[in-house]
Write a protein that binds this ligand. Structure first.
Ligand code: AVJ
Length: 312
């Protein structure tokens, strides 16, 4: 927090949105009429579930990054009958809630929750079946293209197959509405970051003197969310003091949007070949099926092929 607020453009990583209150606000966002992402991804997953299951393979181990409330996961679990489900999330509450719900829904399923930040190396238990990484929700959009590349390089060492949900580039007005909803839930979600810093770090942010601001930057292909200071003011976090000019902002989130081709290029640089991309009826959202490419047989046999055990 201190480092981010000391930058010339004050900036905080979006992963800090998701304390218990923030996770609940995000669940409300997913149900907003303007926030098409969740519904579009759910619809396309339903529509193409047979093909998705054929790609992933039955009986695999399913790893889900940023699982949250695991909204789309029951569809996959029913179709794939995975040997195990490993949800990975930064919110313990969301992880616990999802594990309990899915445990009741699928009593036969082995669930192995993993608490952690997927921007850092994560230790997973030993694989007993071929693994598939599931990264839905366009969570990958929160990463800069460099971070996304690093993340994809990591998952490529964990699983030979990956399913990634990515929000598509589209009309700026549609994007603008999705991040400026009429019920102001997105504003509350953004401002909760400051409330959380107050709660957990004893800061003195005055929530009434900051405003939610979100816009689409077409050249970068991303939504930017900011918290704009409405006055010239100082904020304290413990012994640290931060000065804000009126109109100065904290950049709290970027949400990158990719064309099908643009995302395929990013994936290819991380060593993945595109197998398929499914979209919803309106072409709002895409689910990419990626397969790790191995440069040679030696790399495949040396264990860097995550599926290598299955052939031995
Ligand atoms: C969870 C990163 C996909 O970028 O759309 C929703 C988060 N931010 N409304 C997104 C979010 C504001 C969301 N992701």
């Amino acid at each position: 927090m201190i480092a981010g607020l000391s930058l010339p453009q004050k900036s905080l990583p979006p992963k800090y949105f998701y304390d218990d209150a923030g996770s609940r606000l995000f669940e409300r966002i997913c149900r907003l009429p303007e926030y098409y992402l969740t519904r579009a991804e759910l619809a396309l997953t339903r529509r193409h579930i047979a093909a998705i299951a054929r790609f992933a393979g039955k009986g695999c181990e399913l790893i889900e990054y940023g699982s949250g409330e695991s909204l789309k996961t029951p569809l996959l679990i029913r179709a794939l009958r995975p040997a195990a489900y490993l949800p990975v999330d930064i919110s313990r509450a969301a992880l616990r809630g999802a594990a309990e719900r899915l445990g009741r829904q699928f009593p036969w399923l082995e669930i192995v929750p993993v608490h952690g930040d997927f921007l850092r190396p994560i230790e997973l238990p030993r694989a007993r079946a071929p693994r598939v990484v599931y990264f839905p929700g366009s969570t990958i959009g929160n990463l800069t293209p460099d971070e996304a590349h690093a993340f994809l390089s990591m998952t490529r060492g964990q699983a030979a197959r990956m399913l990634v949900g990515v929000d598509l580039r589209k009309d700026a007005a549609v994007l603008h509405a999705a991040y400026n909803d009429s019920r102001h839930v997105t504003a509350a979600f953004n401002l909760n970051l400051l409330a959380r810093i107050n709660r957990e770090l004893g800061a003195d942010f005055d929530l009434w003197s900051f405003a939610h601001y979100a816009f689409y930057h077409p050249a970068e292909g991303r939504i930017e969310m900011h918290l704009v200071s409405l006055a010239r003011q100082n904020v304290r976090i413990g012994p640290h003091r931060f000065a804000f000019e009126a109109g100065e902002s904290i950049h709290s989130e970027s949400s990158y949007k990719y064309s099908i081709e643009g995302f395929r290029e990013l994936a290819a640089r991380a060593g993945y070949a595109a197998q398929n991309a499914w979209t919803d009826g309106k072409g709002l959202f895409a689910l990419h099926a990626l397969k790790a490419v191995y440069r040679n047989e030696r790399q495949k046999k040396s264990g860097s092929d995550p599926d290598s055990f299955s052939s031995s």
